[in-house]
Design a binder for this molecule. Sequence first.
Ligand code: ADP
Ligand code: MG
Length: 752
Amino acid sequence: MYLNDNIESQFRIDINQKKALIRLGLFKVRDLLYFFPTRYTDISEFRHINTLKDGDQTTIIGIISNLKTKKSFKSKISMGQATITDLTGKINIIWFHQPYLAKMLREGSTVRVTGKVSENSSYGLTLTNPEINKEDILPIDLHDSLFQKTTTGDQYGYPVYSESKGITSKWIYHAIGKILKNDCVKEIPDYLNKDILDKYKLPSLHTALVWIHSPQKKEHAEIARKRFAFEEVFFIQLARWQERKKYEELFSYKLLIKDKDINDFISRFPFKPTDSQTKTINTILEDFKKDKPMSRLVEGDVGSGKTFIAATVSYAVIKNRPVGQNFGNLQVAYMAPTEVLATQLFENFTKYFKHTGISIALITSSGCRKFPSKTATWKDGEQIKTWTPIARNQLLKWIKNGEIPIVIGTHSLISKTVQFEDLGLVIIDEQHRFGTNQRMKLAKKEGHSPHYLSMTATPIPRTLALTIYGDLDLSIIDQMPLGRKKVITEIISENKREKAYEEIKKQLKDGRQLYVICPKIGEELGQSVLGRLVQADGPSREKIQQDFIRADKNTLSELRTVTDEAKRLKKDVFPNYNIDIMHSKMTKQKKEKVMQDFSDHKIDILVSTSVIEVGVNIPNATVIIIEGAERFGLAQLHQLRGRVIRSTYQSYCYLFANAKTDKTIDRLKALTKAANGFELAELDLSLRGAGLLGGDKQWGITDLGMEAMKNIKMVEAARNEAINIIEKDTDLKTYPLLAETIKNKNIKLHFE
Ligand code: ADP
Ligand code: MG
């Protein structure tokens, strides 16, 4: 057996199993070996049913049978009933209010049940409203060790792997067991240097592989996971820093900026920059003076004034001839993720640069504009239209010959068709939509490396930022402009809903607009999830949520959620207002059209999933309702709330939460206190774990790697070790194993 062998050449599998393996991303023997358990079931935590007595708080595992649902005779409450059997006995379980539970469970399947035992006159020993989880544990093996104790005995729990229809956790467990016994694993060379392993007390690769798949002690599983988390961060850092070094090897302009020029530009703004803004601008200007291109990320909440920073440093680039060059001026390209955002940036820039005479262009697929316009439109002594539409070809010519210094647009700005005379700075809004590789391509196309400034309002914890943006220096804006009105944030329980609607109607009547955000899962399901969530908290809570979302992905559509809610609001709540919807299944054009209509106030109420673009500025939309708020992370709620932060009117955020536990309410209350999104992201990480940040795998880091995000020391260590190596040996010539592993692991730069 070789690690590069296809799985099907080593294991007998049928077509359904093959499909399942593909869904799980497993092709080669190596993939299986690196397919780590999502968790371990600690068998010592289970009790035998025949040992239970009244009042015990317990977890049991067994087979479920006699599933029944009925309405209770007196109260008409729906209730479910079943029996759990293990090798030692039987116990009844009863639950109320959760009819869907019976649908979820199947006769004869293995379940893990946690709850309190009580003696019930009509049912005998009973667990009432317990937490029930389908258990993918291996019942046969479990019986071996749990009830006969004699066999292997000393294994810590059982690894539980993600399954897919056709492939069970048990199959994976046994397949990996077979691989682990093979020479190809025994002889596997360790790509991490021994000194790194010793320094951080990490196990060797072979040991870690054995321990992660079949730990004999809890500590073994933990230390093995730690090693793989470390190495994941380490490899990402290697790849990022390597890329950065390569970018820096190309020629870049060293720019000297006159303080006076900058101060003049800033002094024309009607406000004084915050300390955070000033500090960030100064850092960037210092970067410009260095011999290598800047690679910087600015993170700041929506409304913290990032566009002001972008404008000021753009001015600095244009205003100054590159040191040692005697030709014209440099150019700036500013990219936004959508046309709406690009257009907004263009409009802001035309205001900021009005007095300078500097030309600015907007390129989008629906048309191009040039500022300033020769044929200005005036009204009441005020110039109302300051730009002219322009033919794309003409504009491209002017960009190519350097006549237009600032070009704003979407992604397409760095396409082959747009050629710059001399690009000095690239600014990218909402960085995670653009690739690091694209940056390299851009540099190659331009023949040099432009300074690179990326900006994001996505609040993520520092550890995550250091990892996924490992190639960038970080500036954080943790201050909001003075005098900004705080969004009034209220947590609304179900019985206060009507009252909240009444308040909102007043705002609509005054001419304001409203966002209604629905969670991404269907309504019915949403309700049922809630039922179960009420009882669970912590990791099991998250698991229930994920189970549900996974199980029902196909039957639900977010389209239905938003359409149903929009219909309901039109019919029952806001009949006199125009309501429209937006969700992620809509085309980009359709989304932009809806956004434009909302911006033009053709729509009063926009019902949407959380897809509304970050940073879209609709000052008249001052109220946001977030349904199912308890299901969002704090940082995400904060970002959603950011949609109504731009206005001079007082704005409101209503968190409709079905939270029955104090814990949930307390968590949401953090939103009324926190100073900024980064604080909330850190709080998410500590309260609910990294899983929440990983949603949809959007960062391209595995769940295991995400565990490392709780550990800043580990992230910093992995980063420092990676930087040390790349600084010494950019191409990893003296580290052939590392170079090979990066290739094999096919480290996915999530941007692509
Ligand atoms: P961001 O891009 O970070 O979301 P913007 O740059 O769009 O934020 O700024 C939001 C609003 O705040 C704009 O209207 C801008 O003119 C204003 N603004 C920026 N900086 C300041 C400041 N220091 N004081 C007052 N207002 C500011
Ligand atoms: Mg912005």
